[in-house]
Design a protein around this ligand. Structure first.
Ligand SMILES: Cc1ncc(COP(=O)(O)O)c(C=O)c1O
Length: 409
């Protein structure tokens, strides 16, 4: 028998199921590679970026890194909320005319960490709603902080979470007349995994719903730069949103910063608790207590991203992935599948009516050596769908599509 401590396991973590979705896919991919050591496995699964970071951005990071070796260029701890210049540049680049100011913006090491920080902010006594399907971090972090009941195997849902069904039948926007009031509403647009982006009219309904119920929206805009046309890129484009919403965002999918780590969260000073206390003041406390600010090198990269050349370079990166998306959409459409998403997002949501997502995932992996993501991993309403990510080198995307055509011709 191995030695055991006397510490009991955190019961909330014990409620989580098989594990975070993406490590599970990683395990299946690894097992597949053991089984077929010679196969050319292509990953269009977890949604990690593949293209190099534009040099205008890396050179700014290199310069800052080398500067750290000089007396003049050295800096240690910075402001926990981020460097003033970066906060100001974020405000003017993404929120000009929306009334969001530099001090409403908290720079972070990425949107995922901020989602967990927001859970710590609100604590275990709030109730929460999520889109079903949705990015798994919202539900998992809610379980960990103790907001939920047990996992109910028959319905594949955790107790005490309001799952807002988003399917083709409702244009991937929840029927709010059927959604119960919760304190917190997680809403991601463009959505991971469905790739759908909510319209101005839909977001107006959401903001009004939150206002009527006195709820707070946590709006995840990690894919906002993939939006084209008049579809909103920020929840703050909706009148009144500053009183009911927080927005979290990231450089990960714009500049290939999934490894560099840089994001930001906007908590407007207009957002107040029931006793009138500003939410931003408490978030500031969370950030100062549990975080010492984003890496100064990453922040130099962020500032370079927001220069005119950096913005141009990010648009090119986003444009490249959007071309990949089109190739994937066209492939599945030509094979007779109904596909969703892929217009304002780097994800294609392919419908396999009547089939189990994990079965389709396994079939595709076994027969084409391509890793996708089973829709049911994002929530019960994702059953029958598979998410195909457009993050890949062009030749890999083309080769994966060639294999899909072979399998489903
Ligand atoms: C919807 C959504 N939010 C947040 C994240 C995490 O972003 P970051 O790399 O900034 O932590 C992802 C990453 O895939 C995502 O899809």
């Amino acid at each position: 028998m191995s030695y055991k401590t006397k510490v009991s396991r955190n019961g909330n973590i014990a409620k989580l199921q098989a594990g975070y979705l993406f490590p599970e896919i990683g395990r299946r991919k690894a097992a597949h590679m053991l089984k077929y050591p010679d196969a050319q496995v292509i990953s269009l699964g977890i949604g990690d970026t593949t293209e190099p970071i534009p040099e205008v951005i890396t050179s700014a990071m290199a310069k800052r890194a080398l500067g750290l070796s000089t007396i003049e260029g050295y800096t240690g701890y910075g402001a926990e909320q981020g460097e003033k210049q970066l906060r100001a540049q974020l405000a003017s680049t993404f929120y000009s005319n929306l009334g969001i100011e530099e001090d409403d913006i908290f720079v972070s090491d990425g949107a995922k960490s901020d989602i967990s920080r927001l859970q710590v902010l609100f604590g275990s006594n709030v109730t929460m709603a999520v889109q079903d399907p949705s990015y798994p971090a919202y539900v998992d972090s809610s379980v960990i902080i103790g907001q939920t009941g047990e996992f109910q195997k028959d319905i594949e849902k955790f107790g005490n979470i309001e799952y807002m069904k988003c399917t083709p039948e409702n244009d991937f926007f929840p029927d709010l007349s059927k959604v119960s009031r919760t304190d917190i509403i997680f809403f991601c647009s463009p959505n991971n995994p469905t790739g759908s982006a909510a319209s101005r009219e839909q977001l107006t309904k959401l903001v009004n719903f939150a206002k009527d119920n006195g709820s707070i929206i946590i709006y995840d805009s990690a894919y906002a730069m993939y939006v084209s046309g008049d579809t909103p890129k920020s929840i703050f484009e909706i009148p009144g949103a500053k009183e009911v919403a927080i927005e979290t965002a990231s450089f990960s999918k714009y500049a290939g910063f999934t490894g560099v780590r840089l994001g930001w969260t906007v908590v407007p000073k207009e957002l107040k608790y029931s006793d009138g206390f500003p939410v931003a003041k408490d978030f500031n406390r969370i950030v100062c207590t549990g975080f010492n600010g984003a890496s100064n090198i990453a922040q130099a990269g962020g500032l370079a991203c927001l220069s005119p050349e950096g913005l141009q370079a990010m648009h090119e990166v986003v444009g490249f992935y959007k071309e990949n998306t089109k190739i994937i959409v066209d492939t599945f459409t030509s094979l007779g599948f109904t596909v969703y998403g892929g217009i304002h997002a780097p994800y294609v949501w392919v419908h396999f009516p009547g089939r189990s997502s994990w079965d389709v995932f396994s079939e595709i992996l076994e027969k084409t050596h391509v890793v996708t993501t089973p829709g049911s991993g994002f929530g019960p309403a994702g059953e029958g769908f598979v998410r195909v990510s457009a993050f890949g080198h062009r030749n890999n995307v083309l080769e994966a599509c060639r294999r899909f055509k072979e399998l489903y011709k």
